[in-house]
Structure formats: C-alpha cells, structure tokens
Design a protein around this ligand. Structure first.
Ligand code: GLU
Length: 462
C-alpha cells in the first residue's frame, strides 16, 4: 500500500509551496487507495507555535484535504527517539562525542583557514578513554567515510553524493538529549509506514543523512520525489509579495478551494495541455513521475482565470453559501438566483462577486459626476418621470422582461432612442454607467426600491 505524508514544521502559516507538496502527496496516496498521513514537526520549541499548527489544520480543513488517522506530533515522541539512540549506541553505530564548543569552533577556524570544508573530524569515533569532566556529550552517528550515497529520486533521477564531501559523523542527539531533525524524520517516516516521500527539493541535501539513519537502523528506504521550487516571474524564489503567503489569505482574497488546488496541481505537473482538473481527475491522472524537473512559475492571472471559471460553474446555492464568509447574506434572499445569474461570470474572486452584489443592493448615496454630465440631458428628468409613473401603475412586475416591456413602452411613446432612457436610468439605479443589464437589476431591486432610486435621482438632478 502506498503511504505518503505531509510533515510541516509549525513555525508559521501554511504557504502555497507546502500546500502543493501536500496536495501531490494526497493525490498520490488517494489514487492508489493508500494513506495520506500528517505529521507536525514541532521539535524546535523556540520557533514552533500551537497557533501555527492549528492554522495548518484549518487550511487543510478549508481545502478538504483529509488525512488518515491521528496526527503525529514529533514533540510527543521523545521516548521513542531515545530508544533508537540507545540502540545505535549499544550496537556501536553511534557514539558519545565530548568535544567542547570551544574545540569545535577551533577546528572550524583551522579548517576555514586551510580552505577546507568545515566538518567534524571524528576524534571521538573510537574513543575508549575516560571522558573529560564537565562536558555533556552529544551523540554522533557513524556515517560512511568514503563511497557514494545515491538518492534514487523519482523526479531528479539518481543523485549521487560523495560521502567524503558531504557527510561527517553528524549529531543525532544534542547534549541535552534532544534528537536532531534528520534523525527523527527518518525514524518517523519508518514507524508511520511512509514508503513514498514527496517533498520540496530544498530537502534533497538532507536525504543522504536520512539514508545513513535508515541504514544504521536497518529500515527500508522509501522512494523519494523531490519537487522543484515555485519561482516568480523573475525566476527567483517566490516571496511574500509574489503570493507566497498564508494559504488562508487566499480564502480571504476570495479564492475557491478547488481553484487553488487546480492552480497548484499545474505548478510543476501537467497532463497534456489540460488546465481544468476536477478533484477526481487530479486523483486519476496525477503521477509524481511526471513532475517537472525544473522550477515552475507562479502566475496570478492563471489563478484568477481558474477562480473565475470555478465561480461561473458553481451552483447559485453553493455561491450563496460561500459568500456568507464575506458578509454577503444571500442564502435566503428571494432574488438570489437572478443576482448570481447576472453576476457570477463577472467576478474573478468571491470578494469581487460580493462587491458587485453590494453595488446593486445598496441604494446609491452619490452619483458619478462624469457619468451624470454625460448621461443626464435636459429631457432625462421627464423620461425618468414617465418611466417611474409606468412602474408605479404596474402591479405585475417580477421578471426582467416585465421591466424591459415598460422601458420599451416609454421608448416608443416618447419616440426616443433606448439610450435616452437607459443611461439616466442606469445612473439612477447604480450611481454610475457600468454594470449588468438594467432589466435584471430592476427585477432584483423590485418595484419599491426601483421607484425610490428613480425619485432620488430626479430630486438630485432637479
Ligand atoms: N518539516 C519540513 C518542512 O516543513 C518537511 C520535512 C519533510 O518533508 O521531510 O519543510
């Protein structure tokens, strides 16, 4: 069974780079009827926060990415890690190193002065004497001192690391007994049964160390897929300004979960030239073997385009539900259907959609001056008065076509062009010249509100 995981460090919010690897891991597990697990890597007590961990979970909930079973919190597993440290010490695969901080920095300086790579020199590897007093030892693992470690990577191919160049006997437990990052990742992935690791390629350089741990403990090495980073248009690592921000900020901006997931699945992965993927299609088609070898480029226009697509194709009741998060209460509005029908293909985000709705539902308190000048002619008041009277006299006004018929009547009776009524009426109703069809707007507003807005504009202009 394929078991994948997402293993965020809760040092901050979940950003879209992390979410993308989570999505890839989720899809790959689901496609194979496997398991997608979640592990919170919260061992760095100074930098982690419970709020950040909760924010990550909140984002997962919003996006509907469900993980299997209990969440693993590394901070609760010290005893487990301690057992493995003891095991490696007992087996002679790790050892206590009594080098003091001063000695270590001395060694560093000498190595730097000699233009050598700074690394631990193995001085306590075979130490059998009486330990120096007053030094709490760290535990170091015996790493291979020669040869090659090959990371078999499903995205990058075989990546070779020369042991001599990249590895020293690295610390697996600090002087206070706390285990180190690469050590616990390998143990947890093994104990959780993770056999396919999909993660950012910023972790590729950690992988040889993790392989050393796997081998020392006799664990089977998982398959790795290291996913290239997301870049901005200048080819640089995505910054906050480019959109590398909290996933929940995308909710605030009015993006639909499905649009964001669809956007992310296409960053670094493709299936022909298909752009729109339902969740089912993503699951059916995604394969980490097809992840691009090069970095992908973040493109806001693409995200907006996808979001507009998903808004347009959402049912009105779904949209009304979603809009309640943006303080737009439409769920019980009797004109909900017309409102959304005329507006949902005009908005790139839910926030924008909410704004367009408000623009219609709020009685204008001012009028665009330029528009007034352009559209209000000497006969406009008379025309609006005539139209207002017709509305007032009609008892059956429901549909856009009912209002349209009245406009037609005024046009033919007064022998004027349609623009002569349309433009001042538009200003009366919306305060400006742009917006959706007038007949629909009036059907949304209803008879009383339409009459009120016409009267307001006449008073203002008179
Ligand atoms: N905790 C690491 C991070 O947030 C991920 C580790 C991993 O995926 O192996 O970058």
């Amino acid at each position: 069974m394929i078991v994948t995981r997402f293993a965020p460090s809760p040092t901050g919010y979940l950003h879209i780079g992390g979410l993308r690897t989570a999505l890839f891991s989720y899809l790959w597990a689901k496609k194979n009827n496997g398991k997608f697990l979640l592990r919170i890597e919260d061992t760095d007590k100074a930098r982690n926060s419970v709020e950040a961990a909760n924010a990550i979970l909140e984002a997962f909930q919003w996006l509907g990415l469900a993980h299997e079973g209990e969440i693993t919190y590394q901070s609760q597993r010290d005893e487990i890690y301690a057992q493995y440290i003891k095991q490696l010490l007992d087996e002679g695969k790790a050892y206590k190193c009594y080098m003091s901080k001063e000695e270590l920095s001395e060694l560093r300086e000498t190595q730097m002065a000699n233009k050598q790579r700074t690394m631990y020199d193995g001085r306590y590897r075979d130490f059998n004497d009486t330990p120096p007093e007053g030094v709490e030892p760290v535990i170091r693992i015996k790493a291979p001192q020669s040869g090659t470690i090959i990371v078999k990577d499903g995205v990058k191919g075989d990546v070779s690391f020369q042991a001599l160049d990249i590895l020293d006997d690295f610390v697996i437990a600090r002087a206070d007994g706390s285990p180190t990052y690469n050590f616990v990742v390998a143990i947890d992935d093994h104990l959780m049964g993770v056999n396919q690791v999909i993660r950012g390629d910023d972790h590729l350089s950690n992988t040889p160390k993790q392989i050393v741990v796997y081998e020392a403990l006799g664990f089977e090495i998982p398959s790795f897929y290291h996913v290239p980073m997301i870049h901005n248009h200048e080819g640089k690592k995505l910054s906050k300004r480019d959109g590398a921000t909290d996933v929940m900020a995308y909710k605030e901006m009015g993006y639909l979960p499905q649009a964001l997931l669809n956007f992310l699945v296409r960053l670094g992965w493709s299936h022909g030239d298909q752009e729109i993927f339902s969740m089912d299609e993503m699951m059916e088609l995604f394969n980490p073997e097809d992840i691009n070898k090069s970095a992908s480029i973040y493109n806001t226009e693409k995200l907006d385009w996808l979001n507009a697509h998903y808004i347009k194709n959402s049912s009105n009741s779904t949209l009304a539900e979603l809009l309640s998060d943006y303080d737009i209460v439409l769920t019980s509005h009797d004109k909900k259907e017309i409102i959304l029908d005329i507006l949902k293909d005009r908005a790139k985000t839910l926030k924008e959609l909410g704004f367009l709705i408000q623009e219609i539902l709020q009685t204008p308190t001012s009028y665009d001056e330029k528009a007034l000048k352009k559209a209000f002619k000497s006969d406009s008041v008379e025309i609006l008065n005539a139209f207002g009277a017709k509305i007032s006299a009609s008892s059956e006004l429901h549909l856009p076509s009912d209002y349209h018929a009245l406009m037609e009547e005024v046009v033919s009776e007064m022998q004027i062009s349609f623009g002569k009524i349309g433009q001042p009426l538009r200003i009366a109703l919306l305060g400006k010249l742009s917006g959706p069809g007038l007949d629909s707007i009036m059907a949304i507003l209803g008879k009383q509100e339409t009459m009120l807005r016409i009267a307001n504009a006449i008073t203002f202009q008179a």
